[in-house]
Design a protein around this ligand. Sequence first.
Ligand SMILES: Nc1c(NC[C@H](O)[C@H](O)[C@H](O)CO)[nH]c(=O)[nH]c1=O
Ligand SMILES: CC(=O)[C@@H](O)COP(=O)(O)O
Length: 161
Amino acid sequence: MATINKNLSDYDKTTIPNANKFRFGIVVSEWNDTITEGLYQGAYNTLIEHGVIPSNIIRWDVPGSFELIYGSKKMQEQMVNAVIAIGSVIKGETKHFDFVCEAVSQGIKDLNVIRETPVIFCVLTDDNMQQALDRSGGKHGNKGTEAAIAAIKMAELRKNS
Ligand SMILES: Nc1c(NC[C@H](O)[C@H](O)[C@H](O)CO)[nH]c(=O)[nH]c1=O
Ligand SMILES: CC(=O)[C@@H](O)COP(=O)(O)O
């Protein structure tokens, strides 16, 4: 289902475990920071809403989405239950968009395979700024909220597995 048919911030709050015992690491790309700050606020506010203690949320900033791979790898080494990688990649004139998107998605997938701490892929890959705005607190909701819920659910799964 495409995002246009599903609001990224819609979910059943009664199905989310209490996250008050969890610690989360959030790695935020500085590229397109208007977008990434919106995603971060969505994620942060959702974690707090579900019981996470503010001091149990660690934030690191990296230059761009490509650096989310290394930043998330180092964040996995911290005592966190899950990591959220936040980025916004917007198509330009060249194929660089394709290479960045492919590298980041593959790199974060690899971190989930190789290490024990889940890394949530909260990277928008948009054709233009309007699509990114619509998905970071605009008419299609906030992917940061979706990512925070995924992080809580995966932290719970890891605890019970
Ligand atoms: N064009 C975008 C980039 N490009 C920068 C790369 O992510 C990386 O920082 C650089 O290649 C140095 O390694 N990054 C984004 O996050 N979003 C873009 O739209
Ligand atoms: C995703 C990118 O790296 C891209 O925004 C860079 O723009 P361009 O392809 O015009 O150099």
